[in-house]
Ligand binder design. Structure first.
Ligand SMILES: Nc1nc2c(ncn2[C@@H]2O[C@H](COP(=O)(O)OP(=O)(O)OP(=O)(O)O)[C@@H](O)[C@H]2O)c(=O)[nH]1
Ligand SMILES: [Mg+2]
Length: 367
């Protein structure tokens, strides 16, 4: 990728370092001129600062288009907990003639019973349905360090002496994965900044490889169809799973309701009594009630009993999604970024409320 040689980039987030404007990205105080990372990175690392930056989609597309013109291996990282939400729409248009390797990250949040091969097949099928034949699909856990060696081997094998670009939606764990590589496979010292909030990496970050080529971290594209990007950053820890998710079985009668904090609502409108199994972050509060009480409860308890959201006005108004189930086997009703509800496939009429713009969909059950 072409770069102005005069610019010095922050080693934590890739932004161009500058001492003119503390409010702009890449700021380092003039007296700390020798620093190799910016004040924002320092604050994220040492104070867990929330430092959202409004990202320019054009800037992101410019980086992707730059990659399409190179002869390289493109590695797309996706988030297994939110495959549909973290997929880059039209990725095949962005990579040009280059081969694509898929790293399916955050495997650690699945219950132990979920098989690795199952995840691999699922992601491969998903890619195939979108016109992509990846050279390989490798489920990994960047935080737990699982299957990293395998990913490295696959990258080495498929890059055939070329540069490597790590791409993906924001917050899928691209930088966390690269830090693993830096720590375990190199003698470099500086690490890339990571954080629980989307939009951490701001520009491409170059990491040299032994043969003179490079591997690049890139800023993640912001995809507003995920609950994780709609909630206030303060509420993110309430919905992001960090440990294997414990599923919860709810035996519901018709006309019963589940609230997922105050973020979404599931109504079992009609059908025989049956189990509904939720797969969401363990710390998320789920409240069960009767359908007839649900409206009033929401009015009175939103932001009190039904949290998150804790911040007034942070979420878009709810949109209603109606589904008639039956005859298709077990299915997942997915709320992008929040998790999913497994339906046994019995005949049922259900309704889901989620903030406008958050992707809601049915898929064959994956667990
Ligand atoms: N559970 C789990 N969390 C992970 C894993 N990898 C990364 N994370 C978490 O995901 C969040 C985002 O990680 P980053 O590495 O900053 O993500 P990114 O893709 O570089 O994000 P941007 O720079 O915003 O595009 C952090 O809270 C990480 O700890 C993983 O394997 N499992
Ligand atoms: Mg990053």
């Amino acid at each position: 990728m072409e770069r102005e040689l005069t610019d010095v980039h922050c080693q934590g987030c890739g932004a161009i370092l500058q001492s003119d404007n503390p409010k702009q990205v890449g700021y380092v105080p003039a007296k700390a001129k020798k620093q190799i990372s910016c004040q924002r990175c320092f604050r994220i690392r040492h104070y867990n600062d929330i430092a959202p930056v409004t990202q320019d989609q054009d800037e992101y597309l410019r980086i992707l288009q730059g990659i399409a013109k190179t002869d390289s291996l493109v590695v797309q990282v996706i988030d297994l907990f939110d495959l549909e939400g973290s997929w880059i729409p039209g990725i095949h248009r962005h990579i040009g003639q280059n081969q694509l390797l898929l790293l399916a990250n955050k495997f650690d949040v699945f219950p132990k019973s979920v098989k690795w091969g199952r995840m691999k097949d699922w992601v491969r099928e998903y890619a195939k349905d979108r016109g992509i034949s990846p050279v390989d699909v490798i489920p990994i856990s960047a935080t737990k360090g699982e299957r990293i060696a395998e990913a490295v081997e696959a990258i080495e094998h498929h890059r055939r002496g070329r540069d490597v670009y790590i791409v993906g939606a924001s917050n899928v764990g691209k930088s966390t994965f690269l830090n693993r590589l830096i720590r375990d496979f190199s003698d470099l010292e500086e690490e890339i900044t990571t954080s629980p909030y989307p939009g951490t990496t701001l520009d491409a970050i170059q990491i040299p490889l032994d043969d003179g080529e490079s591997i690049y971290d890139t800023p993640g594209i912001m995809l507003n169809n995920r609950m994780t990007e709609q909630v206030h950053p303060k509420d993110l820890p309430s919905i992001l799973p960090t440990a294997p998710i414990n599923s919860h079985v709810y035996q519901l009668q018709q006309e019963q309701t589940l609230f997922f904090g105050g973020l979404a609502r599931f109504d079992f409108l009609e059908g025989e009594k049956q189990p509904f199994i939720t797969y969401m972050a363990n710390q998320l509060y789920i409240h069960r009630t009767k359908l007839e009480k649900a409206d009033l409860l929401y009015q009175e308890q939103k932001g009190k009993l039904l949290v998150p959201p804790t911040e007034e006005g942070a979420l878009r108004p709810w949109k209603e999604h109606n589904f008639t189930i039956g005859g298709k086997g077990k299915q997942d009703l997915v709320i992008s970024g929040l998790g999913w509800i497994r339906l046994r496939g019995d005949r049922a009429r259900v309704r889901l409320y989620a903030p406008e713009g958050v992707q809601v969909l049915l898929r064959p059950a994956i667990v």
